[in-house]
Write a protein that binds this ligand. Sequence first.
Ligand code: CMC
Length: 422
Amino acid sequence: MAESITITDNRSGETIEIPIVDGGVSADEWRKLLPGIWFHDEGFMTTAVTESSITYIDGDAGRLEYRGYPIAELAEKSTYLEVAYLLLHGELPTNEQLDAWVHEITYHTFIHENVRKRFLEGFHYDAHPMGILVSAVAALSTFYPEAKHIFDPEVRYKQIIRLIAKMPTLAAAAHRFSVGMPFVYPDNSLPFAANFLSMMWKTAEPRFEADPALSRAVDVLFILHADHEQNCSTTAMRVVGSSHADPYSACAAAAAALYGPRHGGANEAVIRMLLEIGSMENVTEFVKSVKEGHGRLQGFGHRVYKNYDPRAKIVRQIAEDVFAVTGKNPLLDIALKLEEVALADDYFLSRKLYPNVDFFTGLIYQAMGFPMEMFPVLFAIPRTAGWLSHWAEMLDQDTKLARPRQLYVGQLERQYKPIDQR
Ligand code: CMC
């Protein structure tokens, strides 16, 4: 028997059978039987907004795949730009395709001088780098007005290249500006992640080349953060993109969504929590207070993963590689103890709360010298590939304008009173 559900409208006795396809049921059928009755689904907990073939997550099994390739294999064998190509094109590139792709990205890393001189320098001296990034990405649409021709394949592709290429430049510029350091131009003789680290840390030396272990660590972290299907920022990208806004405006909206502590800010919250715990002796007491309802264990639990986040396992390994170069982050021992205590506790096990990707990333970034304000910026650089992949997929599907319904619970037809009678 075909899989289906049957819905009966108890007011009329009418019944409708809806097939279950790919794990979902079509709202079109629901609409036919029940026009004007809306699903009340805050946070889209039960709503699939699209069919997508980009990223697969099985949260119970702790499985994450980009275009069918397991994340661990990509992290081990690929580079971020190769993975960005995969996300956007659906296939891993051949040597020739990869060379052309890397060439294109590399030759679009520079930003217009006016973005730097007139725009970035207009921010207040202590502006948050994520605020700068969000605004700078939006401002790019004014520098590339042709970007609005989103259905012209060449124009679309050009903006995709520009956005992926310029993100690290804008990110590093935002940091340099916020700490009063001069802007560093891209060094296009360096690979993507190394170029970013050069723009971040170069001072007076003619050429800055980060330790290869650190460049590789950043590149792998970029792979791990490149996509995560319909997360909050990708949803923002799709909602704005569904109005056919240009990709810079849509990406700025996505970056704005990532700015929030519930999405891009959890690794910062982990560091603050570890600082608050202060020493290994306090871990057990801290876990007890979390169980009693005082706050949450930051970097634990996930809306989708009800198992060890597969990215967290890889990040743990990266942490070791990075600490071998930078020296161990002193907060690591507290983090490991916290993980050990929580994973031996029925409170966390019974609720399927395991470390997520953010549990160790903050420790790595901190050891590499990134200020906490840069954590969401570091997330935005690679997620741009994911945002653009979903945006392009959505445009190719010719989806409708995103426009949900509401259940109105306010007052109706009130009598207007002139101001002197209120
Ligand atoms: N510490 C302690 N208890 C928790 C935690 C936690 N981190 N997370 C969930 N719980 C408890 C929660 O209190 C609830 O218990 P009860 O059933 O007794 O009321 C139960 O587990 C289910 O929680 P929920 O809030 O319904 O779960 P959710 O799916 O809405 O929350 C989450 C997911 C990520 C918001 C949450 O786990 C959390 O706040 N974690 C800490 C913040 C964090 O690490 N966020 C980063 C997420 S990964 C980033 C990314 O992938 O982009």
